[in-house]
Design a protein around this ligand. Sequence first.
Ligand code: PEP
Length: 248
Amino acid sequence: MRKPFIAGNWKMYKTAAQAVEFAEEFKKIYKASDVRVAIAAPFTQLWALKKAFEGTGIGVAAQNMHWEDQGAFTGEISAPMLKEIGVDYVIIGHSERREYFGETDETVNKKVLKALAEGILPILCCGESLAVREAGKEKEFVGGQIRADFAGVSAEDAKKVTVAYEPIWAIGTGKTATPDQAQEMCAYIRSVLEELYGDDISEEIAIQYGGSVKPANASELMSQDDIDGALVGGASLKPADFLEIVHF
Ligand code: PEP
């Protein structure tokens, strides 16, 4: 049985003080359940957030990392640096990183391999643009991302990856994919993972849906067979909204 996994993605919002304020408020209302929960915060908040969530079971995620341990890569953060402060997860290949920061399936794949080698659990994002969907090529496109991004990942490691299916046209737009559209794509992603790793492994891999998830639509999305959780942007910024999604 796959455990539901809800992760918040704060993007470039909140200062460290505001992050701690969120954590303190959230801890007061949060009740641990069999839902895995994590918050992906900007680098400067990770240390404080890790401390604030200590003993709660709530994980902390980075939103990106470099694939090298160290080097002349100004502005970058490496996996050992994240590991040192106890970061549990890292979002890799978010569409905003692919669109604005030149991430490709090749760099995404390097990052996935590095995170796994360091014991940081990747949340690997994939998803098609509106143009790709209107051309009827969403499966071909997302299937290609999954094959490329999982290149060289062993079956044992593949189980540690969470895939976040995030159609770009639904991110931050208020336009959620319908539960049927989201389920169809998540089932398709699982079928590609089955081709790569076989039935048993593909059944163990968590697949999240992301794209304008909010309290009002979370439970219907989450009740779909192949949707095991959500990657939540805007609605993760307020403790009460995020809590409603976590307790879907
Ligand atoms: C995201 O940032 O991954 C996301 C899905 O954002 P939103 O929920 O705001 O659409």
